[in-house]
Design a protein around this ligand. Structure first.
Ligand code: 6PG
Length: 241
């Protein structure tokens, strides 16, 4: 399903409303809500929105368990850390128990960090994890989480978590793999800004034989896929926004 809102602010307010509703549904059904967060500019604003008292009072953060869909291989205090961003914008401001925050560990290598995160996930989920919600962003090159075009991580069928190196440089990453992301109950792309319009069109209006981008292979096997866009990001779509 695609939803197009006026601007990034409206995307974040509507996504916050939806996030709270989905959290409440999951908590009513199974006593907890598991969510994998992402990094990026739009999630940052969403997290600040979710930290507001009006949303906080509508959901029970003590029943939320937070994970990350991907992370940079940097210390948790590093400005590029997705964990640090989520803590500063959201997790430090809501009544979530420390034990319910499960960040990607920062060990000697990205490989070790990925392996250890998988071990931690295996202690929590007996089988292939089915997160109630996975938040994703979209890079202008078609990457999502840290599944970059041409990377080995795209081929991973067994591991739940693996390291991944962006060709554009920057720190190595650790990412959930397709088997885990596509097993999500709800998978939601948050995409805003005109610089994403071309790639949004490529992905949502892909034709047979056209180039395949990593984000295109996010197709939940039994869950639902959502795209939350602003008008700028949706502006190249045929339907016109
Ligand atoms: C990250 C994400 C990455 C991101 C996209 C889009 O940690 O940066 O894993 O996949 O979601 O690059 O980022 P923006 O929303 O900031 O453009």
């Amino acid at each position: 399903m695609q939803k197009v809102y006026h601007d990034m602010n409206e995307v974040c307010v509507k996504t916050a409303e939806w996030f709270v509703a989905e959290a409440n549904k999951a908590i009513a059904k199974q006593g907890k809500f598991t969510v994998a967060l992402s990094g990026g500019a739009t999630p940052r604003q969403l997290f600040m929105e979710l930290a507001k008292a009006e949303w906080q009072k509508q959901m029970d953060w003590s029943k939320v368990i937070v994970f990350w869909g991907d992370e940079r291989f940097v210390a948790p205090t590093d400005a590029q850390s997705n964990q640090k961003m989520a803590r500063e914008t959201l997790l430090d401001h809501v009544p979530i128990a420390k034990k319910n925050i499960i960040p990607v560990p920062f060990l000697a290598t990205a490989e070790l960090s990925a392996k250890q995160y998988e071990v931690e996930l295996k202690q929590i989920f007996s089988d292939l994890p089915q997160f109630d919600l996975i938040l994703l962003g979209l890079g202008a090159d078609g990457h999502t989480a840290s599944l970059f075009p041409g990377s080995r991580a795209l081929k991973e069928k067994i591991r739940w978590v693996c390291p991944s190196q962006p060709k554009t440089g920057g720190p190595e990453r650790i990412t959930l793999t397709y088997p885990v992301i596509n097993n999500g109950a709800l998978v939601c792309f948050l995409v805003t800004g005109a610089e994403k319009a071309a790639i949004v069109k490529e992905i949502l209006e892909a034709t047979p034989g056209s180039e395949e981008y990593p984000a295109q292979r996010i197709q939940p096997t039994s869950g639902n896929l959502m795209w939350m866009l602003d008008r700028a990001a949706a502006s190249a779509l045929k339907r016109g926004y």
